[in-house]
Design a protein around this ligand. Structure first.
Ligand code: UD1
Length: 424
């Protein structure tokens, strides 16, 4: 159990450097299953979710560890791969399921536990399964496991019913070693997919179109080991943009890729926040008058990211007027709204929309974290709220996705500390 104490009401100020992307690191580490020998992955954030995927790789027979000498670097040695992924790790983190594609491509057989539901929705894996079938695999469900089998995967045409990020990634990984050409249509376009493709291309895969909605993969016989550096985390950057804005501070966020932040930057600008983008950094200036309400609807990339919905909602609790925040990606991603009310926010929920009437101030209170981005929203709301907010993060959700967040926020003037937990 982790508790964070936040003394809010002070503007954030200074320079902040973004870590490597969690959502790129997870599939790229999963993809090392496809590569022989020793690969080196750099700019990997040191996070609980990354540790979980490293443990999955180890359980599958690979050797994987954070380098002792180079920070944020993971070494992977791959000499043999088992085909069964462990239940406790896949049910702990859904992204562990993404190993199905690479295991199937390498072993001809993959046995992966169904990930089950999670706090933000039921999140089925039917699209992943259809993707494996499109490559010629026979798939069955038995005793809670998805069992996929194909002596040799064969390239095929696969149209995704919904542009799922993970399903696009697992099919793309599997197709790299399939016989012939695979066309992935209505593919997800998130930047993390392009990063995974760039990693695979460096390892010898033939992929064109990653980052667009049609990806063409021409199967190759084998891949080779690589050294690769992960892109920056656009969700961490967006979270800090929202944090600077809500506290009416001024923060220079460094090490970003501007195109990946456009949807978030536009909404903040529309609300009155001053944003200056440069080649690899963005300055967010939230000083001055109160912001205006804006409407936000989550969409697949390049639309507004669902992973930023809780944080923008936190920001809008203090904006003048009425904002409507609509969630279209996950069916149950509003848990933070109830906790934001405890800080004084005026929010009504109507189906998949939250109607937020901006209030003049938030006031600190004890709140509970239900999932990673809900935690981020409560953290930045706490930074803006008067007085003290105590964040109860029973399952260490925030550490799953934000590297060294306490130290990094303190670096820009955030008064955040770990509270001592008394076990009765
Ligand atoms: C990834 C991100 C997550 C982000 C999400 C949406 C990683 C490790 N995680 O998750 O942070 O919130 O994209 O941008 O990259 N769906 C199905 N069937 C499937 C797969 C998905 O119905 O087989 C549904 C899901 O329930 C959800 C929607 O599609 O409603 C989007 O999910 P998806 O894009 O697959 O998310 P993830 O890849 O799990």
């Amino acid at each position: 159990m982790q508790r964070l104490l936040i003394k809010g009401g002070k503007p954030l100020n200074g320079k902040y450097r973004v870590s490597g992307s969690k959502n790129a690191a997870l599939p790229i580490l999963a993809a090392t299953i496809l590569l022989p020998d020793h690969s080196v992955i750099k700019n990997v954030p040191n996070l609980l979710d990354v540790i979980t995927i490293i443990r999955v790789l180890r359980a599958l027979g690979l050797r994987a560890e954070y380098s002792q000498s180079v920070p944020n670097t993971v070494d992977v040695w791959n000499n043999s791969v088992k085909h069964v992924a462990p239940y406790e790790l896949v049910t702990k983190m859904r992204a562990s399921f993404f190993v199905i594609g690479p295991i199937l491509a390498i072993k001809g057989l993959a046995k992966i536990p169904l990930p089950g539901g999670c706090a933000i929705g039921s999140r089925p894996v039917d699209i992943h399964i259809k993707g494996m079938e499109a490559l010629g695999a026979r798939v069955k469900l038995e005793h809670g496991f998805v069992i996929a089998e194909a002596k040799k995967l064969k390239g095929g045409r696969f149209y995704l019913d919904f542009p799922s990020v993970g399903a696009t990634e697992s099919v793309m990984m599997a197709a790299t070693l399939a016989e012939g050409e695979t066309l992935i249509e209505n593919a997800a376009k998130e930047p993390e997919i392009a990063d995974l493709a760039n990693f695979l291309i460096k390892a010898g895969a033939q992929i064109v179109g990653a980052g667009t909605d049609v990806i063409k993969v021409s199967g190759v016989k084998q891949l080779r080991p690589v050294e690769y550096s992960i892109i920056p985390d656009r969700i961490e950057a967006g979270t800090i943009m929202a944090a600077a804005a809500i506290t009416m501070g001024k923060v220079m966020i460094e090490g970003i890729i501007p195109e990946q932040l456009e949807a978030v930057a536009r909404k903040l600008q529309e609300s009155g926040v001053r944003i200056k983008m440069a080649a690899d950094r963005v300055e967010v200036d939230g000083s001055g008058d109160r912001f205006k309400a804006v409407d936000v609807k989550t969409m697949p990339f390049p639309g507004f990211p669902t992973d930023m919905q809780p944080q923008i909602a936190a920001f809008l609790t203090l904006a003048k007027g009425t904002s409507v925040v609509s969630e279209t990606i996950f069916e149950n991603r509003f848990m933070h709204m109830h906790e934001l009310r405890r800080l004084g926010a005026d929010i009504k929920l109507e189906g998949q929309s939250a109607i937020i009437n901006g209030v003049a101030k938030l006031s600190g209170a004890p709140v509970k974290v239900s999932d990673l981005r809900a935690g981020a929203a409560l953290l930045i709301a706490g930074l803006a709220a008067d007085g003290e907010t105590e964040l109860e993060d029973r399952d260490h959700h925030i550490s799953r996705g934000y590297e060294n967040i306490i130290e990094k926020l303190r670096g820009i003037g955030g008064d955040v500390s770990k509270a001592v937990v008394h076990v009765p």
